[in-house]
Design a protein around this ligand. Structure first.
Ligand SMILES: [Zn+2]
Length: 289
């Protein structure tokens, strides 16, 4: 063989090597997501590595007998478990059925977290102490809202990297222990972003609109299902620009900021729910504000 031919062969091999390395890097890059931080506190998320390398079957990983979200990041599978504000400290378990059918249980520990108090004055007293007719409406609405938060779909979308749905000042953080006109009420289960009436609200990640409506406390609201029990809710809208059943992409407009329902001024109340636990939306934001 001539020297030139040898050289050409070597060059071709080198080219293929570099090309395959580039391909590998590109494919592993596209699989990389930013996982939310492991925050085993009330209102946080437990991020639990799963021993099995192979994909767990959908709904095979459970917490309190309910399926939880599973996600792959750099060749490793994780369970993301939403922890409600009402959860007690101490040992909890994630139950897992392996591909072979064995039962595995992975323990994790909940630590305490103290949230601040917030006192709010509401002029419309019915929004603090609803009358009989209001209560009837509230109970009916609560069922629809709970059903939406409990919605499970086997969509394997890795949309755990959210953008802020509205540009604005974060006026009330998640978890605040609330008092309306001096009376203790449920803690703040979302994040409030103050913005002028009419400011567009954008989907923070792709998903499926599962519920829209006008509710007593929440005002005009939109619910988006992002798959595997990850649901987001947008409240107090002046107008809703999507319909139930719509598919939305990240940054699609879903409505505009308003102050419908129980609100002291125009703002977006944004809730994020994981396995029916309302958790701190800031945990899913990739760009921290
Ligand atoms: Zn709020």
């Amino acid at each position: 063989m001539h020297n030139q031919e040898k050289e050409l062969k070597l060059m071709t091999r080198l080219f293929y090597l570099i090309f395959s390395i580039l391909l590998f890097l590109l494919s592993s890059f596209s699989l990389a997501v930013t996982l939310p931080p492991h925050t085993p506190v009330p209102g946080g998320i437990a991020v639990i590595p799963l021993q099995e390398l192979a994909a767990p079957r959908m709904t095979a990983v459970q917490f309190n007998n309910k399926p939880v979200l599973t996600i792959k990041n750099q060749q490793q599978w994780y369970a993301l478990v939403g922890l409600p504000l009402s959860i007690k400290t101490g040992e909890k378990k994630v139950e897992l059925t392996t591909i072979k059918g064995d039962q595995l249980s992975i323990p994790f520990y909940i630590k305490d977290k103290k949230y601040e108090e917030q006192h709010i004055t509401i002029k419309d007293k019915r929004k603090v102490n609803p009358d009989k007719l209001d209560m009837k409406r509230i109970i009916q609405e609560k069922k629809r809202i709970t059903d939406a938060f409990q919605h499970w779909s086997d969509r394997h979308n890795n949309n755990v990297n959210f953008m802020l749905p509205v540009e604005g000042r974060q006026s009330s953080s998640f978890g605040l222990r609330r008092f309306f006109n001096g009376q203790a009420r449920r803690p703040h289960s979302g994040l409030d972003i103050a913005a002028p009436q009419g400011t567009p609200i954008l989907a923070p990640a792709a998903g499926h609109v599962i519920l829209t409506g006008d509710f007593f406390f929440n005002g005009q609201s939109v619910f988006i299902d992002h798959g595997q029990g990850l649901i987001t809710m947008y409240c107090h809208l002046s107008i809703i620009t999507v319909n139930e059943g719509d598919e939305v992409k990240q940054s699609d407009k879903i409505g505009e900021v308003g102050q419908t329902g129980r609100a002291t001024g125009p703002h977006l109340h944004w809730s994020v729910s994981l396995n029916n636990a309302r958790i701190d939306p800031a945990l899913f934001l990739t760009e921290k504000k």
